[in-house]
Write a protein that binds this ligand. Structure first.
Ligand code: FRU
Length: 435
């Protein structure tokens, strides 16, 4: 068997394997993106956003989301962003805890060419690709107009601002204050910056109550949690209920904003939209180099007792659809897994069959060649045997001739001896005969 005969089936097998792997692995030309989502905090509002982003990935198969939450620790968030950059992400979505704090890590991502979407909060640096968030100034303005309307332009307001130096807190307070200033009858009698959590709203109100004994007609919280914390402090401090409690976020779930408005715990709450689907669209527009807007402001609206139930009903429907999508996605995932498994098994089976076929071909070829060689060998042996017999025969003939020659020689020698005897006798006779 020469090298060519061996190499040909191996070459065929290799070509077949490559073709097979291409077939088994084909059908997936989606581009894959890893999107890092760096959250300053962990709470219901951010969980809602994550749910929406997760659902958005069902329609964008190639996207993998990597979440990190810094639990209100800017140093941790900075480290998490740096880790994401080092691990390799295609785009960064970040909700920075405060202005300034995270700029270096976010700037680093931007300088490395990683597109950056600031979501909900800003860094203060201009190094970002796009911003998406609500117009917090407008939210503050809208809340102030509502308070003014409810109090008919007269009353004492306590404001619990959000985390100092975080962009929503700054803008909400500015929008609220600048609008309230139009109503000389409305006074801010107490203010403090919380950290977005209920306990901070309560603590601030407790501090205010230590020095302020006058009426409180309205609590305006930088978010629902802080507004309710302040309300609790008022009740626990024996100061009675506050007629108007306005917050921000209006999350549509039991125990949260819209339900609290429905149940009368909050008078109103401004929706702080999450819109994870739009955020995903923006991210993909950037990644796929499609046109996009750099500043994307989401519209807010006020939830009051008048619309809370309708909004909840609508949201229940959204949740139902979301759950349905989730179930569909799980099914599709399962089916895809089965298909991939089947493809792999079929691929492996075809490989095995091909392998056996090629080995069989090689085996048959080798057997045939061996058989042919055996036949040739047998013919040659027969030829040699015939030649050997012929030689044997010739040698026997020669031997016979040799024996005959020897016999004749012996005969001739005996005749010669006889002649010599006769000659001697004749000579003797000649001597005896007188001349
Ligand atoms: C959630 C939250 C919201 C608030 C927003 C401001 O983390 O605290 O309650 O509206 O962040 O960025």
């Amino acid at each position: 068997m020469n090298t060519h005969t061996i190499l040909r089936p191996i070459f065929l097998l290799a070509t077949f394997i490559v073709a097979l792997l291409t077939i088994v692995g084909c059908g997936d030309d989606t581009r894959h993106y890893v999107i890092g989502v760096s959250q300053c905090s962990e709470d219901s509002w951010r969980s809602k956003l994550h749910d929406e982003l997760d659902i958005a990935t069902y329609f964008n198969e190639g996207v993998t989301l990597r979440y990190a939450s810094a639990d209100d620790d800017p140093n941790l968030q900075e480290n998490q962003i740096n880790e994401m950059i080092d691990a390799g992400i295609d785009l960064l979505i970040v909700s920075p805890q405060q202005m300034g704090e995270l700029s270096s890590a976010v700037d680093r991502a931007f300088d490395k060419g990683i597109p950056v979407i600031l979501f909900d909060r800003k860094t203060g640096s201009n190094k970002y690709t796009a911003f998406m968030g609500a117009d917090n100034y407008e939210i503050g303005r809208m809340c102030a107009e509502y308070v003014a309307e409810q109090l008919h332009g007269q009353g004492c307001v306590v404001e619990i601002g959000g985390l100092k130096s975080s962009s929503p807190a700054i803008d909400r307070t500015r929008g609220f204050r600048e609008t309230l200033a139009k109503y000389p009858g409305l006074k801010i009698v107490g203010f403090g910056n919380g950290d977005w959590k209920e306990a901070s709203g309560k603590r601030i109100m407790e501090d205010i109550l230590k020095t302020y004994n006058g009426p409180i007609d309205c609590i305006f919280g930088g978010n629902d949690r802080m507004a309710l914390g302040a309300k609790k402090a008022l009740l626990e401090g024996g100061r009675g209920d506050c007629p108007i409690v306005v917050g921000i976020d209006a999350l549509p779930a039991e125990g949260l904003g819209i339900c609290q408005v429905r149940d009368g715990e909050l008078t109103a709450s401004a929706i702080y939209p999450t819109h994870g689907d739009e955020l995903m669209t923006l991210a993909l527009n950037i990644l796929e180099k499609r046109p996009y807007q750099r500043e994307n402001l989401m519209v807010s609206s006020l939830v009051t007792a008048a619309n809370a139930r309708v909004l909840l009903l609508q949201y229940e429907e959204v949740v139902r659809q979301g759950n349905y999508l989730r179930r569909m996605h799980e099914r599709i995932d399962k089916t895809l897994h089965t298909i991939v498994l089947q493809r792999t098994i079929i691929g492996a089976f075809i490989l095995l069959v091909t392998f056996i076929a090629i080995v069989s071909i090689l085996f048959v070829r080798a057997y045939r060649q061996k058989h042919q060689l055996n036949t040739e060998l047998r013919d040659k042996n027969q030829l040699l045997a015939t030649q050997r017999d012929e030689l044997q025969r010739q040698r026997d003939t020669l031997q016979e001739q040799h024996d005959q020659i020897c016999e004749q020689r012996d005969l001739m020698e005996s005749q010669r001896d006889e002649l010599a005897v006769q000659r001697d006798e004749l000579q003797k006779l000649a001597h005896l005969t007188p001349a």
